[in-house]
Design a protein around this ligand. Structure first.
Ligand code: GDP
Ligand code: MG
Length: 395
């Protein structure tokens, strides 16, 4: 009876995005207020969310607020950031990938530069579904709402979203937060938003269903038994006897799982999130390098070229003082490895200014088991100067 039974409550990661002052934080607080009345959240006041604590991720500081709430269907973890650059950094380097984003657009302004930037970035990093919340409906003429919707659908189309089927919720975060039960834009809009989230966003396939993927942290030779490879299983379930591949640094070695240990105990199976030591058939100490990946056979391809979205830290964030040139070679740091990487700015950009974001083309010295969504940082010596996320693998 070594097998663990893990009851996983359906869970979904969401976040508010959109232009400053359009009502993201008010909406986040309003959701907790309305769901709290149903016993499905703890109310989090506006100020508490707006004073989001700092998080440090790979040498980058981000202000992010995390709140949680439930519906009858499932649990939601919701992220809101105070500043525009915090949103950008969180989307690129943040710990949890958003399964869906709530784009807030104030009916008073319509779409604005940050609405567009966040939406474009969401698409790049693989947020496949969007819900539009048209806010501040309490203070505009109804005709305005149609125009805002029309223009938002055009924008969704432009960035590759399903503009026809993307749901729109019209409301007033402020009225909802104040507990208004009279207006259709008051608490009622939060009920509509929750129903829309439940219906339009499918519960994401959790990591356990994916082929197993184990980035290696270290390896230890064991006399007469081979080499134990150690790491934390990132995705999937790994089983004894399964065919596998050891990949990275231009190498690709076929093998099979012959033994596994979790907490120094032999197991026949282990799952995503667990720290595991693995023995694999025929693998010698010299073949294993930190940064290689042990993956289900033929589930992963090797790449040394990729596209990424990258944020260059500003001088105030202790980043670079000077702009990056169009072509630049520096050390790239990922979860378990680092390597020299050439970065070329895309989209005819000539330089990248500190505090700005760009799409880049990366070329690594060796082929690695890269994945879309992998976050990395760029360092000059000990100084983190940029954070990035792989958006596309290139052949
Ligand atoms: P954020 O920068 O997107 O997080 O925007 P905030 O939530 O901080 O809201 C910006 C301002 O808009 C605040 O003064 C809010 O009180 C106000 N606001 C937010 N939602 C509404 C709304 O539905 N109606 C009105 N009239 N004002 C709102
Ligand atoms: Mg805010």
């Amino acid at each position: 009876s070594k097998k663990k039974v893990v009851v996983q409550k359906d869970h979904c990661n969401v976040g508010t995005i959109g232009h400053i002052d359009h009502g993201k934080t008010t909406l986040t607080s309003a959701i907790t207020a309305v769901q709290a009345k149903k016993g499905k959240a703890t109310f989090v006041p506006f100020d508490k969310i707006d004073q989001a604590p700092q998080e440090r991720l790979r040498g980058i500081t981000i202000n992010t607020a995390h709140v949680g709430y439930s519906t009858d269907k499932r649990h939601y973890a919701h992220t809101d950031c105070p500043g525009h650059m915090d949103f950008i950094k969180n989307m690129i380097a943040g710990t949890s990938q958003m399964d869906a984003a709530i784009v807030i657009v104030a009916a008073t302004d319509g779409q604005m530069p940050q609405t567009r930037e966040h939406l474009m970035l969401a698409k790049q990093i693989g947020v496949e579904k969007i819900i539009v919340f048209v806010n501040k409906c309490d203070i505009v003429d109804p005709e305005v709402l149609e125009l805002v919707e029309l223009e938002m659908r055009e924008l969704l189309d432009k960035y590759g979203y399903d503009s026809e089927n993307t749901p729109f919720v019209f409301g007033s975060a402020l009225l909802a937060l104040k507990g208004d039960t009279e207006s259709e834009y008051g608490e009622a809009c939060i009920h509509r938003l929750m129903d829309t989230l439940d219906e339009y966003i499918e519960t994401p396939q959790r990591d356990l269903k994916a082929p197993f993927f184990l980035p290696l942290d270290s390896s230890v030779p064991v006399p007469n038994r081979g080499t134990v490879m150690i790491g934390t299983l990132k995705r999937g379930v790994m089983k004894k006897g399964q065919e596998a591949e050891l990949l990275g640094f231009d190498k690709r070695i076929k093998t099979a799982i012959t033994g596994m240990q979790v907490f120094r105990k032999d197991v026949t199976e282990c799952q995503a999130g667990e720290n595991v030591g693995v023995l694999a058939r025929g693998i010698k100490k010299e073949q294993v390098e930190k940064g290689m990946v042990l993956a289900a056979y033929k589930s992963v391809t090797l790449h040394n070229r990729f596209e990424a979205t990258m944020y260059l830290l500003s001088e105030e964030e202790h980043g670079r003082k000077k702009a990056l040139p169009r072509c630049y070679t520096q050390m790239l740091y990922s979860d378990t490895w680092s390597m020299s990487c050439r970065l070329d700015l895309l989209e005819d950009m000539q330089i990248l200014m500190p505090g700005e974001r760009a799409s880049v083309h990366g070329t690594l010295l060796f082929e690695m088991a890269l994945t879309v969504g992998l976050s990395f940082s760029i360092r000059e010596g000990v100084t983190t100067i940029a954070t990035g996320k792989i958006t596309k693998l290139l052949p």
